[in-house]
Design a protein around this ligand. Structure first.
Ligand code: HEM
Length: 464
C-alpha cells in the first residue's frame, strides 16, 4: 500500500529554494542531514524548486536502492552535473556503456594485480618521507594528496606525475570547491557562461592537457606495460574499434580523481584522529614495532597489521570520504511505503548512518578496537558503507584499503604527526569530505626501535 509522502515534505516551492540555498544545506550539509534524521527518522522528504528527493537513513532502505532495485536508478544530479569533468568515465556513465567499461577496467583491480602495486605504494611513501625533517611544519592533507596522486599515476598509468602534481592539485582544488555548491550543481547548466563555469572549464583543460600527454606518450611508445592504461588502449569492440582519445581521457580523469583524493582524505583524517588519541597511536606503534622490527612494510605484513587496518576502518566510519550519495529514479518504485516517481531523487549519507547509535556504541568516539570482534557481522550490511555498494560499488575498494594501511604503517613507523596548536580543523562536505583548511602538523621523528631499546637499556643500566 502506498502512503502519502511524509509530512516533512515542505509544501511550497519557491520559498523552499530560499530555505535550502541560504539555509543549512548549502552551508553545512553534514549538520543539515544529521538534524533532518533526528527530526524525521529514517525517511524524510526534501523539495528544491520542483525537484523532490526522499532522504533515507535506514541501512535496509539504502540496500534496497543500491542493490535490490539498482536498475531503477541512475547516479544523482550532483554527480551528473559534474560530467564535464568525468565525461563518460566509470563513475558517471550509465547502462551498457558503463557495464562494458567496468568489465574492461576490472582486471586492473583484481586481487593479484593490486598486490603487485604494494611495493610501489611503500616506495613512493618512503620517497616522501625522505623529504621530511624532524620539527618541520607541514599540511598533512597536502602531503597525502601529492602522495596518492603519484601512487595512482604510477600504478595505473605507469606515469611519473611528480612534476604535474602541483598543477593537478590546484585545478582539482578548484573543481572540488565549485562542485561543493549544490545549487550550482543542480540548477546551473554547465554551458551557461557564469564565472564559476569558466573557472571550472579552465581547471578541466589543465588536467586534460596532462592526461592527453600521458595517452599520446603511451600510444607513441606502442609498448604494452600491462597496466590499466595499456588495457584500455588495447580494448576492442566487437567491430574491432578501439577507444578514442576522448573515451580514454574520461576514464583516466575519473580514475585519477576518484582514485587519489578519497584516499588522501582518509589519510588526512586518520592523522588528525590519531594525533588526538595517544592511546591509539601508542597501540599502533607497538604493533608496527613488533611486526616490522624496524623495516619498511610489505604486502606480506598486511595480515599481521590488524590494528592498523582497524584504525583505517574506524577513521572511514567517522570521516567517510564519500560522506553522502544520491540516485535519480528512472522507474517508479516505492520506499518504506512512499511512492517514488520517475525523476525523483533519493539521498543518503554515510556520515549520518556511520554515527547512528543503533549500530555503534558511543558513535562519536574514535575506537578502532570496536572492529576487533564480529561487529561487521552483527550490523546490517549498509550500516557501514564507505565504498557504496551494489553494482556501482567502488572499483578501487581493495586498492584503497591496501594503500591506506601501507601508507599508515610506512609513515607511522618513522614519524609522529603532532597537531599545530590553534589551527582550525573544519570538515568541508564537497563531493568528498575534506579538511577545509588542511591539517597543519609538526613532524616528530620516531627513534628507530633498536636505538630506542638500547637507549632504554642504557637508562635502566644507569638506574641500576
Ligand atoms: C578511501 C578511498 C575511497 C573511497 C571512500 C571511495 C568511495 C567510492 C564510492 C562511495 C563509490 C560509489 C559511488 C556511487 O555509487 O555513487 C565509488 C566509486 C568509484 N570509485 Fe572509489 N573510493 C575510494 C578509492 C578509490 C580508488 C583508489 C579508485 C581507483 C583507483 C576508485 C575508483 C572508483 C571508481 C572508478 C568508481 C565508479 C565505479 C562504478 O560506478 O563502476 N576509488 N568510490
Amino acid at each position: 500500500m502506498s502512503r502519502a509522502l511524509p509530512a516533512s515534505f515542505p509544501p511550497g516551492p519557491p520559498s523552499r529554494l530560499r530555505h535550502w540555498s541560504a539555509g543549512p544545506l548549502g552551508n553545512d550539509p553534514l549538520g543539515f542531514f544529521t538534524a533532518l534524521t533526528r527530526r524525521y527518522g529514517d525517511v524524510a522528504g526534501l523539495q528544491l524548486l520542483n525537484f523532490r528527493t526522499i532522504y533515507i537513513n535506514h541501512p535496509d532502505l539504502i540496500e534496497d536502492v543500491l542493490v535490490n532495485h539498482a536498475r531503477r536508478y541512475t547516479k544523482g544530479r550532483v554527480l551528473r552535473a559534474n560530467r564535464r569533468v568525468f565525461g563518460e568515465g566509470l563513475l558517471t556513465s550509465e547502462g551498457d556503456f558503463w557495464l562494458r567499461q567496468r568489465r574492461l577496467a576490472q582486471p586492473a583491480f583484481h586481487r593479484a594485480r593490486i598486490a603487485a602495486y604494494a611495493a610501489t605504494m611503500v616506495e613512493y611513501t618512503e620517497r616522501l618521507l625522505q623529504g621530511w625533517r624532524h620539527g618541520e611544519e607541514r599540511d598533512a592533507h597536502q602531503e597525502m594528496m601529492r602522495l596518492t596522486l603519484q601512487i595512482v599515476g604510477k600504478t595505473l598509468f605507469d606515469a611519473d606525475v611528480e612534476r604535474d602534481a602541483q598543477d593537478v592539485g590546484k585545478s582539482l582544488e578548484l573543481l572540488l570547491e565549485i562542485g561543493a555548491d549544490f545549487r550550482r550543481a543542480i540548477f546551473i547548466p554547465e554551458w551557461l557562461p557564469t564565472p564559476s563555469n569558466f573557472r571550472a572549464r579552465r581547471a578541466v583543460r589543465q588536467i586534460e592537457s596532462i592526461l592527453y600527454r600521458i595517452i599520446a606518450e603511451r600510444r607513441a611508445s606502442g609498448s604494452d606495460k600491462g597496466d590499466l592504461l595499456s588495457m584500455l588502449l588495447e580494448a576492442q569492440d566487437e567491430d574491432g574499434s578501439r577507444m578514442t582519445d576522448k573515451q580514454l581521457r574520461d576514464e583516466t580523469i575519473t580514475l585519477f580523481l576518484a582514485g587519489h583524493e578519497t584516499t588522501a582524505n582518509t589519510m588526512a583524517w586518520t592523522w588528525w584522529l590519531m594525533a588526538q588519541n595517544p592511546a591509539v597511536e601508542a597501540k599502533l606503534h607497538a604493533e608496527l614495532d613488533a611486526v616490522l622490527a624496524g623495516r619498511a612494510p610489505s604486502l606480506e605484513d598486511l595480515p599481521k597489521l590488524a590494528y592498523a587496518g582497524h584504525v583505517i576502518t574506524e577513521s572511514m566510519r567517522l570521516y567517510p570520504p564519500a560522506w553522502g550519495m544520491a540516485r535519480l529514479a528512472i522507474e517508479e518504485h516505492e520506499i518504506a511505503g512512499y511512492p517514488v516517481r520517475k525523476g525523483m531523487g533519493i539521498a543518503f549519507s554515510q556520515w549520518v548512518v556511520h554515527r547512528d547509535p543503533r549500530w555503534y556504541d558511543q558513535p562519536e568516539t574514535f575506537r578502532p578496537e570496536r572492529w576487533e570482534g564480529d561487529l561487521l557481522k552483527r550490523i546490517p550490511r549498509f550500516a557501514y558503507f564507505p565504498f557504496g555498494g551494489g553494482p556501482r560499488q567502488c572499483i578501487g575498494n581493495s586498492f584503497a584499503l591496501m594503500e591506506a594501511t601501507l601508507i599508515l604503517a610506512t609513515v607511522a613507523r618513522k614519524f609522529r604527526l603532532k597537531l599545530v596548536h590553534g589551527h582550525p580543523i573544519v570538515p568541508l562536505a564537497s563531493i568528498t569530505l575534506r579538511p577545509r583548511h588542511g591539517i597543519r602538523v609538526t613532524l616528530e621523528s620516531r627513534a628507530p626501535v633498536h636505538a630506542r631499546s638500547s637507549a632504554q637499556g642504557l637508562q635502566s643500566a644507569v638506574a641500576d
